[in-house]
Design a protein around this ligand. Structure first.
Ligand SMILES: NC(=O)c1ccc[n+]([C@@H]2O[C@H](COP(=O)([O-])OP(=O)(O)OC[C@H]3O[C@@H](n4cnc5c(N)ncnc54)[C@H](O)[C@@H]3O)[C@@H](O)[C@H]2O)c1
Length: 352
């Protein structure tokens, strides 16, 4: 790997992945971050990386649906590896307005694949790693797990668009022979997550003494993975993964939403010297999300057995670190919520 193009590097996982890449010793690759800068992006996340690694880190503002721009960027940096995070990622938003999900998640992935195929046919091989979600597998009952061989049964416009993009990626391997790998991951948590998602939303609301909205009866179950462990898994796949293969990545750490929110109340209360009970009183059960999947649980034996990957952080430690991070970075939270970083984009890029 000499030149890695990361799509969506100003979002939650993309930011963590770019930062992870620059923590590696003895690596000299360049990293090109291609991001359209939607509401979910914060380019300020990587300002220190830009300053410290100005000869190895490059940012290009572009839409992955724009074939000309993507082609130009791939050629300009002689890209040999693409790690594809860019997506519309919030299920609730996909219910309110699915159009952007179809555009970015399906057409955007297709456009990247076409750019890779065009070069492949001229003899230039680019490794394409696609990031997907366990939501493509649908919903589980009390028992069982998602395996790489589980059938796809997406139930929201978000998961359907991700499922479509996964199928496209596989089809480009089977039909044209492109060097692709796919990883399918459970819920991530950690720093830099936009506070519309469960964990940062709850932390912010606790800090501001606002209601803590929990969908339905709160007994929906998710598997939680620390974002750093997601990054190490992707790295193992890039280094040792078999082309054409799909790898599940999970935390093996299932929590009912309501239990998780209560646990967060206890953690935050300790940090801000409050009674946990006073935060728990803020919990409010709200009308359930339509088509809300009941349980996700991922089996990740394949990546463990074949690539030797392991989670490194237990949930209590990871969550403690995460709560601390949001408390220390309250300014970051306020900025992303107020859209203030959009002014930064305007100043630095001249347009929104
Ligand atoms: N967050 C999770 O828990 C989770 C779990 C499993 C899989 N995933 C997948 O991981 C990937 C990253 O998720 P995230 O939570 O970091 O998302 P995010 O919403 O925080 O970030 C997405 C990034 O993509 C960029 N983007 C959106 N549309 C674009 C376009 N058309 N062109 C270029 N850039 C565009 C946004 O500006 C943003 O920076 C997604 O593919 C998501 O489906 C996320």
């Amino acid at each position: 790997m000499n030149s890695i193009l990361v799509t969506g590097g100003c979002g939650f996982i993309g930011t963590n992945f770019v930062r992870f890449l620059f923590e590696k010793d003895g690596e000299n690759f360049i990293v090109v971050n291609v991001d359209k800068l939607t509401y979910a992006a914060n380019p300020e996340n990587l300002v220190d990386i830009q300053e410290r690694y100005s000869k190895r880190y490059f940012f290009e503002r572009a839409d992955i649906c724009d074939f000309e721009s993507i082609s130009r960027i791939i050629d300009k940096y002689d890209v040999d590896t693409i790690v594809h995070f860019a997506a519309e990622s919030h299920v609730d938003r996909s219910i309110l307005g699915p159009s952007d999900f179809v555009k970015t998640n399906i057409v955007g992935t297709f456009t990247l694949l076409e750019a890779v195929r065009e070069r492949f046919e001229k003899g230039k091989i680019i490794r394409f790693h696609h990031i997907s979600t366990d939501e493509v597998y649908g919903s589980l009952g009390k028992e069982g797990y998602f395996y790489e061989s589980s059938p796809y049964q997406p139930r929201s416009p978000y998961s359907a668009s991700k499922a479509a993009s996964d199928h496209l990626v596989r089809s480009y391997h089977n039909t044209y022979g492109l060097n692709v790998t796919i990883s399918i991951c459970s819920n991530n948590y950690g720093p830099y997550q936009f506070p519309e998602k469960l964990i940062p939303l709850m932390i912010v609301n606790m800090l501001e003494n606002k209601e803590l909205p929990v969908y339905g009866d709160g007994k929906h179950i998710r598997d939680w993975l620390f974002v750093y462990d997601h990054c190490t898994a992707i790295w193992e796949i890039l280094k040792k993964g078999k082309v054409g293969e799909t790898y599940n990545i999970g935390g093996e750490n299932e929590w009912e939403n309501i239990r998780l929110v209560e646990f967060l109340c206890e953690l935050v209360a300790k940090k801000i010297n409050k009674e946990a009970g006073s935060l728990k009183k803020l919990i409010k059960f709200v009308k359930d999300r339509p088509g809300h999947d009941r349980r996700y649980a991922i089996n990740c034996e394949k990546i463990k057995n074949e690539l030797g990957w392991r989670q490194s952080v237990d949930f209590e430690t990871g969550l403690d670190f995460t709560v601390d991070w949001y408390i220390r970075n309250i300014e970051w939270l306020n900025k992303v919520r107020s859209g203030e970083y959009l002014k930064w984009i305007e100043i630095n890029y001249g347009y929104r």
